[in-house]
Design a protein around this ligand. Structure first.
Ligand SMILES: Cc1ncc(C[n+]2csc(CCOP(=O)(O)OP(=O)(O)O)c2C)c(N)n1
Length: 374
């Protein structure tokens, strides 16, 4: 018997704007208006400022931890811009604040969340998004569940779910992708390949040459996109959303990008990352690239940049003020709203939370402290 080819495919790579800000006019024809692009650049700049300020809040002890989004703004804004506000759902990880803000999440929510107050996860009514998800990969199952519900109900909302390259090593990703493909749900998987999962480089996480090809096993159209190119991210996401809305099922987008900061404020990337690598990616900064494009078109100049930076500073200052003025939650909240009937161990914990500043169980502290508190 002659051998036959059972399956053959290729992974396309999409870039519309090169690293010098030069746009492929043919591919980008009628894609985005000048005003829209300018607005996207402004959003990205405000989010970059937000990121820097959040980092400083953590360093000055005013926030628990923070994962910077720096470097991934084009992936978030380009994809987020393709989704319809109030119709399509965003199901994020934690490195795409820009998309959430663009879809109406008040910016102080994310600060409040990382300050340790769960009310930062209480998404305001009317916004179609889930809160940030720190457990890696679990939220993709929720995204597929929402998409399936939309399909059953005949709701034409599409779900966009974001996750990192490391998340594709989790079982949850594979379960979510399998269900999405089998049930043909309207869900767009957006993998932000920022090259690292904390200190583990992409090559040690997987033998897969691209992350995009992982979707092939689940029967999804898939593409690799320059994640620092806002035009390409917009186009790939718009196409995927259109397909999903037409009833043609899920898609996968691998956004090739880079995390320019540490993994979180608890990390020091200089311990495992090459400076040359970082410098090479700094030169591909999505903000610099888009600014070059706008300048070349005569839409941007130094004065506009200065005015924007002043506005971004004022916006973020106001956001920080709002977040910090929210009164701290009551210690009892965590006990009151978790169990209908509190187990004995938690009753004891509740009382120690009131009597010791660190919330330790005095019986575990031992010695004099235990004597005093008892
Ligand atoms: C289920 C689970 N396992 C482990 C962790 C610890 N952890 C936090 S971030 C991270 C790496 C995530 O990498 P990636 O998915 O590439 O996202 P990135 O942070 O690079 O955006 C890990 C393993 C976690 N948060 N959740």
């Amino acid at each position: 018997m002659p051998k036959k080819v059972a399956y053959k495919t290729q992974i396309d790579y999409l870039q519309l704007m090169d690293e010098n800000g030069k746009l492929d006019a043919r591919l980008a024809k009628d894609l985005l208006g000048d005003e829209e692009v300018q607005q996207m650049y402004e959003h990205m700049t405000v989010c970059r400022r937000y990121d820097e300020v959040a980092f400083r809040l953590q360093r000055s002890g005013r926030m628990g931890t923070f994962p910077q989004n720096k470097g991934q703004e084009a992936a978030a804004i380009g994809s987020g811009h393709a989704a319809r506000k109030g119709v399509d759902w965003l199901v994020p990880a934690y490195r795409e604040n820009a998309a959430l803000f663009m879809h109406g999440l008040p910016m102080h929510y994310v600060l409040v969340y990382w300050m340790g107050d769960e009310r930062g996860s209480q998404i305001p009514d009317g916004l179609k998004m889930l809160p940030l998800s720190v457990p890696i990969g679990t939220h993709m199952l929720h995204a597929v569940g929402i998409a399936w519900a939309n399909k059953i109900r005949g709701d034409d909302g599409v779900v966009l779910t974001y996750f990192g390259d490391g998340a594709t090593s989790e079982g949850d990703f594979h379960e979510a992708a399998n269900f999405a493909g089998a049930l043909q749900v309207p869900c767009v998987f957006i993998c932000q390949n920022n090259q690292w999962a904390i200190s583990v480089p992409r090559d040690r996480q997987t033998a897969s040459e691209t992350f995009a090809q992982k979707a092939l096993g689940y029967g999804m159209p898939t593409i690799q996109v320059d994640g620092n190119d806002v035009f390409a991210m917009y186009k790939a996401t718009r196409d995927a959303i259109e397909r999903a809305r037409e009833g043609d099922g899920p898609s996968f987008i691998e956004a090739v990008t880079y995390r320019l900061a540490d993994h979180t404020t608890a990390d020091d990337a200089s311990r495992y990352r090459d400076e040359d690598e970082l410098d090479a990616w700094k030169a591909k900064d999505p903000l610099i690239r888009l600014r070059k494009y706008l300048e070349a078109k005569g839409l941007w100049d130094e004065d506009k940049q200065e005015a924007l930076e002043a506005r971004a500073k004022a916006i973020v200052q106001e956001v920080v003020k709002t977040a910090e003025e929210i009164p701290a939650p009551e210690v009892d909240d965590i006990f009151d709203y978790t169990f209908a009937e509190l187990p004995e161990s938690l009753k004891a914990q509740r009382s120690t939370m009131r009597t010791t500043s660190l919330g330790q169980d005095p019986s575990q502290v031992g010695g004099a402290a235990a004597q005093t508190v008892r």
